[in-house]
Ligand binder design. Structure first.
Ligand code: PLP
Length: 356
């Protein structure tokens, strides 16, 4: 089977990990700082704080917000991995969903503005598929209503918005290093910020709430190990190669689907550079396509059923409030996309879809 995504691990990645295994520190040694510094430098953010995974990083970011009985709503998108909205629930905030834009599936700033009440305290935007959201519009809304802006950039490491790299476009930006993401540490996550108080808080939060050896508040063990950070530093050196492979693959899909109106790739805005974590198309007859592609040995995935459809955890949301999400989420399908996707396999994917 051709997977929808997979990691690229090479000999130098393996050597970097082996070196740590032979050293004095397996966790919380020099490799953590090395990875964080390289990550801050790459994204251009002042601070980068590593976490054991992207979900833990989101939990840390949301926990920066003071619990408040008056302001407890956080607006996010229903078209995301459930972890984005789950992180709001971890700290007893209330998720509120905004609708998305029809052609990009990014959170719609107009819908965000309409969802704001005097209880709203923050926005979590998601750079769905690897395309940055409209951060100028979101920042304007956040400033106007005194809201914290968090970017879930688990799909968009290396992407840019108006020439600014993701990691610098919000108060905090969250990344994941799961194997299907843009670089991997097995499991892993990161938060970037330009605010020193936030960085200090996050460093304590991931280490039992300890600051200078004293437990200042109730924190967690969300540390990333030296073994993983060594892999992360090695992977980060190759991010630009990975991104250019992904963009090449997207270009081949784009030109193939130009020839038909039955397969519609999501739009890419003019002022962004897309990271293409996912290549998502809209199809009228998705069910048939999944079956046919599967028979041809091609794994496809739906990213994502709207978060509010997970009724056990999100019982209170009314589908009718999200007409665009409802319509488009029934059409989307993610095709195989990863840096080392063999060209023959990509041709097989395109051929199978075209046959349908
Ligand atoms: C992968 C992902 C996460 C969670 O990251 P993990 O490292 O798997 O915990 C959160 N949000 C989005 C949008 C993701 O794609």
């Amino acid at each position: 089977m051709i997977p929808y995504g997979r990691q690229t691990i090479e000999e130098d990645d393996i050597q970097a990990v082996v070196e740590v295994l032979k050293s004095d520190y397996l966790t919380t040694g020099p490799k953590v700082e090395e990875f964080e510094e390289a990550f801050a430098e790459y994204t251009g953010a002042r601070y980068a704080v590593s976490f054991s995974n992207g979900t833990a990083a989101l939990h840390g970011a949301v926990s920066w917000i003071e619990p408040n009985s008056r302001r407890y709503e956080i607006i996010t998108t229903p078209i995301t991995f459930a972890a984005t909205a789950n992180s709001i629930l971890y700290s007893d905030f209330a998720p509120v969903f905004a609708d998305v834009e029809e052609d990009t599936l990014l959170i719609d700033p107009e819908s965000v503005e309409a969802a704001i009440t005097n209880r709203t305290v923050a926005i979590i935007a998601v750079d769905y598929a690897g395309q940055p959201c409209d951060y100028d519009a979101l920042q304007r809304i956040a400033n106007k209503h005194d809201l914290l802006l968090i970017a879930d950039a688990c799909h968009s490491l290396g992407a840019t918005y108006k020439g600014v790299r993701v990691g610098n476009l919000a108060d905090m930006t969250v990344f994941s290093f799961h194997p299907v993401k843009l670089i991997t540490t097995g499991e892993g996550g990161m938060v970037t910020t330009n605010n020193k108080d936030i960085a200090d808080f996050l460093r304590a939060f991931r280490n039992h709430g300890r600051q200078d050896g004293v437990m200042e508040f109730l924190g967690y063990n969300y540390r990333l190990t030296d073994i993983q950070c060594a892999l992360g530093t090695s992977q980060l050196k190759k991010i630009d190669i990975f991104l250019s492979c992904r963009r090449d693959i997207a270009g081949i899909y784009d030109s193939a689907f130009d020839k038909t109106d039955k397969v519609t790739p999501l739009s890419v805005k003019e002022n962004v550079r897309h990271a293409y974590h996912l290549y998502v198309v809209k199809l009228e007859n998705r069910k048939e396509a999944i079956k046919l592609l599967n028979k041809a040995g091609i794994t496809t995935t739906i990213h994502y059923p709207p978060v509010y459809t997970h009724r056990e955890v999100y019982p209170y949301f009314c589908k009718a409030e999200y007409p665009v999400t409802e319509r488009v989420s029934a059409q989307i399908l993610s095709l195989p996309m990863y840096p080392m996707l063999p060209v023959n396999d990509q041709i097989r994917v395109i051929g199978s879809l075209m046959k349908l």
